[in-house]
Design a protein around this ligand. Structure first.
Ligand code: GLN
Length: 488
C-alpha cells in the first residue's frame, strides 16, 4: 500500500479494496519501523489515528466520502492541533498543547484525513537543513549522513520513506520546496494568502505560507483543494475562489512560454544539478513549450533582503513566548525580568536567538532606515522583476537548490553558508508568488528538483506543468533504497 500515491489510495479506499483502518495500521507499522532512525516525527498518535480511521470508514460506508476521506497524513509540528502537542521544534513549546486546530488542520480533518502524527522541523521553521530542531536533526532517507532539507524536513523524510502518502509543510523562504528537492518529492508552496495562516505558528508573517509535500502533482492538487480558501480568521487570507485543481490537470502546454532566469544558473550551481534542470526543460520543449532566457536583475539581492525582513518579523512574532502564556517557564525566577530572560534563554536554540537579535537590531532606532526600510524597498524591486517577467512568459523555471543534499553538520558552523542555500527559493515568497519543486533527476544517487514559479493564484497552471512533466518522466516514482522493498 505504501507504494501507492494518495490518488491511488483514495480510489482503492472508495472501491473498498481495503479500509482506512487497515491503511492506517500499515502506516503506523512503517512509522514504528523506520521513523526512529530518520527522526522524522516529534509525536505519533496511534489511538487518535485509529479512531479517526474508523470514523472515516463509516463515512465511506455511508457514501459520504470525499477524495481524501480515510487517507493518513502527517502535519508539520508548526500547526496547532487540538489536544495534541505542538512544539514547533522548540524546547520553549515542548509541553504546549493547543486548545484549537489550525484552519489547515481543521479543513483536512473535515475532508476526512486521518492525522497520524506531527513531524520534526527546524526550530520555528528557521533553517534549510532540519538541523536546528530541539529534537535533533532529521536524516535523509536517501542517505543517512545527509540532511533532508529544511525546515519541513520531517514531513519530507516521512513522505519520501513512504511512511505517509502526504504531509503538510510551510514555506517562508523555501521550506517546502527545498526539502522536496532533496528527498525526491513534489513540494508545493501556494500564493501568499491562498491558504489560511490561522493556527500556524508565525515565523515571518508577510512570507509564511502553508502547502504540501506529496509524491505527485495530482496528489498536491488534492491536498491543496482541501487546504485552500478564504478564512475570516486570517486577515491576509485571499477571497479568490478555489478551483477544482485536479480537474485542471492534463491540458497541453504547446505554445506556453517558459522563462529561464539567467540568475538561476550562477556559478554556485552544481554542474550536474544544472544538467538535470536543462534535461527537464528539453522534455517540456519537446511537448511544445517555448523556452525563453530572461533576467531578474535584482534576484541576487534576495538572500540579504530576506535575512533582514524575516528576522525582523520573527523578532516581533516570537516576543509572545515569554513564559507567561505558553510553554516553558524558567524555574524559581527571582523577579519578572529574570523569568523572561531565563525562560527565553533556556527555551530558544542558537539559530532562533541569532534571528531575534538580528531582527531586533535592524528594527531599532537608527538602523531601521538603513536596514529594514532598505530591505522593504529592495523587496519591491524583486517583486517588480517577477511582474515584468510574467508579462513575457507564463511560468519561470530553474533549479530549486544549488546542490543535492549535503552532509549533516557540513554547514552548521557558518550561518551565511547555510543561508546561501536558499538562493533560488527566496525570490518567490518575497514576491508572494506560488512555486513548486518537482523531482527532475539524480546526482550521485541523490534527488534534485526543478523549480516552477507562477503568477499569483496560478496554482492550477503550475500543477498542470508539473503533472505534464510527470507524465513524461518517472523521477517522481523513484524511492530511496530500503523503503519500498521492505514488507512492513
Ligand atoms: N531557510 C530559510 C530560513 O532559514 C527558509 C525557512 C522557511 O521557509 N521556513 O529562514
Amino acid at each position: 500500500m505504501h507504494e501507492m500515491t494518495l490518488a491511488e489510495l483514495a480510489r482503492d479506499l472508495a472501491d473498498r479494496r481495503f479500509s482506512s483502518e487497515e491503511l492506517t495500521r500499515h502506516c503506523l507499522a512503517r512509522i514504528e519501523r523506520f521513523a526512529g532512525a530518520l527522526n522524522c516525527f516529534i509525536s505519533v498518535v496511534p489511538q487518535e489515528a485509529l479512531a479517526a480511521a474508523r470514523a472515516a470508514d463509516q463515512r465511506i460506508a455511508r457514501g459520504e466520502a470525499g477524495p481524501l476521506t480515510g487517507i493518513p497524513i502527517a502535519h508539520k509540528d508548526i500547526f496547532c492541533t487540538d489536544g495534541i502537542r505542538t512544539t514547533c521544534g522548540s524546547r520553549i513549546l515542548d509541553n504546549f498543547i493547543a486548545p484549537y486546530d489550525a484552519t489547515v488542520v481543521a479543513r483536512l480533518k473535515d475532508a476526512g484525513t486521518v492525522l497520524i502524527g506531527k513531524t520534526n522541523m527546524d526550530e520555528f521553521a528557521m533553517g534549510s537543513s532540519n538541523e536546528s530542531s530541539y529534537y535533533g536533526p532529521v536524516k535523509n532517507p536517501w542517505h543517512p549522513a545527509k540532511v533532508p532539507g529544511g525546515s519541513s524536513g520531517g514531513s519530507a523524510a516521512a513522505v519520501a520513506a513512504r511512511l505517509v502518502p502526504a504531509a503538510t509543510g510551510t514555506d517562508t523562504g523555501g521550506s517546502i520546496r527545498q526539502p522536496a528537492a532533496l528527498t525526491g518529492l513534489m513540494g508545493f508552496k501556494p500564493t501568499y494568502g491562498r491558504v489560511s495562516r490561522y493556527g500556524m505558528i508565525a515565523f515571518a508573517s508577510s512570507l509564511d505560507q502553508a502547502g504540501a509535500l506529496t509524491r505527485s502533482a495530482e496528489d498536491a492538487a488534492l491536498m491543496l483543494g482541501a487546504m485552500a480558501g478564504f478564512d475570516p480568521r486570517d486577515s491576509t487570507s485571499a477571497r479568490e475562489p478555489v478551483p477544482d485543481y485536479r480537474a485542471a490537470l492534463g491540458s497541453g502546454i504547446a505554445g506556453r512560454k517558459i522563462g529561464v532566469p539567467r540568475e538561476f544558473f550562477d556559478p554556485g550551481l552544481d554542474n550536474d544539478n544544472a544538467a538535470c534542470v536543462q534535461a527537464a526543460l528539453n522534455v517540456l520543449e519537446k511537448l511544445g513549450a517555448e523556452v525563453v532566457e530572461l533576467r531578474l536583475p535584482h534576484l541576487h539581492l534576495s538572500v540579504p533582503t530576506y535575512y533582514v525582513v524575516a528576522p525582523a518579523e520573527c523578532s516581533s512574532n516570537l516576543s509572545r513566548f515569554d513564559g507567561v502564556r505558553f510553554g516553558h517557564r524558567a524555574k524559581d525566577p527571582r523577579n519578572l525580568l529574570d523569568m523572561y530572560k531565563r525562560t527565553r534563554g533556556e527555551g530558544f536554540g542558537a539559530e532562533v536567538k541569532r534571528r531575534i537579535m538580528t531582527g531586533t537590531y535592524v528594527l531599532s532606532t537608527g538602523y531601521y532606515d538603513a536596514y529594514y526600510l532598505q530591505a522593504q524597498k529592495v523587496r519591491q524591486l524583486i517583486a517588480q522583476d517577477f511582474a515584468a517577467a510574467f508579462e513575457k512568459v507564463d511560468v519561470l523555471m530553474g533549479p530549486t537548490t544549488p546542490t543535492p543534499a549535503f552532509d549533516i553538520g557540513a554547514k552548521t558552523g557558518d550561518p551565511v553558508t547555510m543561508y546561501l542555500n536558499d538562493i533560488y527559493t527566496i525570490g518567490a515568497p518575497l514576491a508572494g508568488l506560488p512555486a513548486v519543486s518537482v523531482p527532475c533527476g539524480e546526482v550521485t544517487g541523490l534527488p534534485v528538483g526543478l523549480q516552477i514559479i507562477g503568477r499569483h493564484f496560478a496554482e492550477a497552471d503550475l500543477l498542470n506543468f508539473a503533472h505534464v512533466y510527470q507524465r513524461e518522466t518517472d523521477w517522481h516514482t523513484h524511492a530511496p533504497a530500503g523503503y519500498v522493498e521492505a514488507a512492513a
